[in-house]
Design a protein around this ligand. Sequence first.
Ligand SMILES: Cc1cc2nc3c(=O)[nH]c(=O)nc-3n(C[C@H](O)[C@H](O)[C@H](O)COP(=O)(O)OP(=O)(O)OC[C@H]3O[C@@H](n4cnc5c(N)ncnc54)[C@H](O)[C@@H]3O)c2cc1C
Ligand SMILES: [Co+2]
Ligand SMILES: [K+]
Ligand SMILES: [Mg+2]
Length: 490
Amino acid sequence: MDGNRVTAGIIIVGDEILKGQTQDTNSHFLCRRLFALGVEVKRVSVIGDDLDDIATEVLEFSRNYTHVITSGGVGPTHDDMTFEGVAKAFSTSTAPHPELVQVLKDYFGPDNLDSAMMKMAQIPSTAKLQYGVHKTTGERTKYPLVSVNNVYMFPGVPSLMERAFVLLEDLFRNPDVTFHTEELYINRTESSIAQEIKTVADQFGKSVVIGSYPDLHNSYYQVKISLESTSQDQLNKASVQIKSSVPAGSVVPFEKDPVGTAAEHVYDIVNSKVDDTFHTSVRHAVSIIEQALDKYTLKDMCLGFNGGKDCTLLLHLFHAVVQKKYPDEIGKLQALYIRSRLPFPEVELFVQQACKRYNLELIRYEGRIKENLAALKDGHPNIKAVLMGTRKTDPYSDHLDSFSMTDADWPQFMRVNPILNWTYETVWTFLRTLCLPYCSLYDHGYTSLGSMNNTHPNPSLQIVDSNGIVSYKPAYQLLDNGNERDGRNV
Ligand SMILES: Cc1cc2nc3c(=O)[nH]c(=O)nc-3n(C[C@H](O)[C@H](O)[C@H](O)COP(=O)(O)OP(=O)(O)OC[C@H]3O[C@@H](n4cnc5c(N)ncnc54)[C@H](O)[C@@H]3O)c2cc1C
Ligand SMILES: [Co+2]
Ligand SMILES: [K+]
Ligand SMILES: [Mg+2]
């Protein structure tokens, strides 16, 4: 680099953010987009709706950075002062801008315009109006963004700001720079590798920016190391250095987006030439789900989902098969969650997260399974089949087939059981090789989840250290498949 650095400063304006009433998400959005445009964001500032604060901050930012982006304070109410503040920063005043007056009339309709609305046309006398261009239609946006010198004033409402920014982003793009990035995932504590990382960071100085981000709750790694450089070559060198200076085996493969890549990875397994237990189990499960999707529409089906590991992996397979079958518009999958009376908060949280991650339509009941299946019949008469994560080692399950109606004295549904013959070990191989998120209790020694009153960590995973302090190894380290349910009273 360098003659061609493009920098930016972001000023978030709003009393509501300083009071904690609204959380600022705009700066995160802007930082991400600007970074991708080759712009170095040097500073983010959050200030209140105060004329002098806005003027002072804008003037300083304007002198120091290539672009200044403000968000908020451009609305019609008395407390919106960004235009005035920017005018003051540049020692000018605000006046009604004839073109903007016309735009407002066209936009809101002349009858709806009151004096408060007209305040939005009161902009600094030296302001320019920037119109975005729709990337697909080539059409000019109806509502312009106001700028003065290198200061661009965006609305604070996230959806409006994001839309406007995307349409105007070419104003900010650095044509000479692309940032190359890499992420390394390391399964060691941050403190144990800090010295090694610092040595590499010092060696590469400004040519490769190295960041370290611990994650205390990830099941796969403890620290994410990010590398950024304008030179692919320097980036590669730094990456090799880090890999060779941390302990062998501590850099782990990690898939950031297992849900988006589900079909790709699952069908790689299905189509591979390998015939071990893992591959044949996945192949068989996928074929059962495919058969179910031939017999039933997505509306006829739901997944029995209680946050446990078995239905978690089944959810992923279901998603993958649907993603493959309907690549253009993946329909919403329905999931049935019958909440036990005393659910673990970790399970509740995981179910919520899974719903978001997989975009599930969650059908939720509470209490006994049988009674709630009757309620399901009434409430969702379209549902005829339930995909279940039952395995033959579950109680009363050794007689089941891939397709088994519920017992005669139960509300009638087709139970689809794609993973009946999966072993405990195969379940974990699947979850872990695909880097799937699973309920955190499994990392703390639980191997089978029931209610809080009948489930404990599995005694075979217990470790007692020399001070007598008890802890548990994660579930995937359980060796003997036979004692999976040893933490359950029922
Ligand atoms: C749709 C459905 C139909 C059933 N039909 C029968 C039947 O005909 N005869 C019979 O004796 N028992 C039936 N059951 C009860 C079942 O056999 C088990 O008693 C129950 O699933 C708990 O099993 P588990 O703890 O041994 O295994 P788990 O491993 O906890 O459950 C096995 C699978 O059942 C589903 N599931 C379990 N609990 C829930 C829940 N709370 N909400 C949503 N899904 C859940 C999940 O897909 C899970 O992977 C049915 C349960 C369901 C959800
Ligand atoms: Co934890
Ligand atoms: K389970
Ligand atoms: Mg089970």
